[in-house]
Write a protein that binds this ligand. Sequence first.
Ligand code: PEP
Length: 251
Amino acid sequence: MKPKALVAGNWKMNGLASSQAELEALTHYLKDGAKADCDVLICPPFTLLSVFANAASDDIAIGAQDCHTQTSGAHTGDISAEMIKDAGAAFVIVGHSERRADHGESSVLVQEKAKAVHAQGLQAIVCVGETESDRDSGNTLTVVLGQVEASIPDEVTPENTVVAYEPVWAIGTGRTPTVEDVAEVHTAIREALVQRFGDAGNEFRILYGGSVKPSNARELMSADNVNGALVGGASLKASDFNGIIDAYRNR
Ligand code: PEP
């Protein structure tokens, strides 16, 4: 059976207390609009996690954008998966390319973070993706599949892990791969998951991320083995995010 789609918003370092208005607007869109055949997730900054978790309706899950590998201790400025769970969140993004680039996070570390997420009973969204030079040199699949292999722990299940394919050159740039290119990478990830986890490999959600917006969502979401989207910029405004969720409404 095809996995149920997930449309996830990554707010990155954006959002103040006043941004709760966007969460409320999204709640109304989901309640009053046509029913969407997907799960919906918002990942605000840590400062808004418990506010959003308390305010969100059952239609919207709340997640964090990163966590530490340890549960507690002398790690100034870090946040553990246990704290994230305590704040009421259900998901944690790990291995986003901005963390890999800005904080030098390796796939080995990303795997440790995913394990920390699972230890709290939360779902990890494990991000992978090639740079523009990887793509130009024909190394997309080698890089992406290498990250999938090294970032995902052996003990995962489709219930506790989501994979997000995000070409680094498509993030925040307005550029996207073709639907064929997206399908090629997603199908390769699917095959790698099946090879590693057997039939369960077919049940993992594989999200596409990178400049998804209302005008291209339906097309990108139609690509083979795409089970939803990880959305940055266009998730900040409820009306845009709802326009992406439209890809999973019958119209
Ligand atoms: C992201 O950072 O996860 C992302 C996909 O960003 P954007 O949608 O802005 O390209």
